[in-house]
Write a protein that binds this ligand. Structure first.
Ligand code: 5GP
Ligand code: ZN
Length: 111
């Protein structure tokens, strides 16, 4: 089966503007930013979305959550930031490899 888009980015087969990486997680700029800062926090492991997380992924998802304020600080988002996880087509998910959107740097619409 053809690897998914974010697996290809993780493998370096498709270029991306990476801002962080470690053995479990990569972070790169969204190709169509919806705010001044718009990053995607992506596990190296292919998980399709929140519905497919397993109990064994608890440490991984915890690590991703803890990384968010670190990244926000690194990006100068001192007055706050927004995180979004779209799940399934009904939730607006377009790329079926789990990712957390990190947005900020300008006024965001209320949700
Ligand atoms: P979703 O709608 O699945 O939550 O978000 C997918 C995000 O991936 C979108 O914000 C979209 O702009 C971004 N995206 C789609 N294709 C690419 C790509 O090839 N490179 C990068 N960096 N981002 C992408
Ligand atoms: Zn994938």
């Amino acid at each position: 089966m053809e690897p998914c888009l974010f697996c290809k980015i993780e493998q370096g087969e498709i270029p991306s503007e990476q801002v962080y990486q470690d053995e479990d997680v990569i972070v790169f700029k969204d190709i169509a930013p919806k705010a001044k800062v718009h990053l995607l926090v992506v596990p190296r492991k292919h998980v399709s979305g929140l519905n497919d997380l397993l109990p064994e992924d608890q440490q991984l998802i915890g690590k991703m959550m803890l990384l968010l304020p670190e990244l926000a600080k690194q990006q100068g988002l001192d007055d706050g930031f927004r995180t979004i996880i779209n799940t399934g087509s009904g939730g607006g998910q377009e790329v079926f490899h789990l990712h957390i959107h990190l947005l900020g740097g300008n006024a965001l619409p209320f949700v």
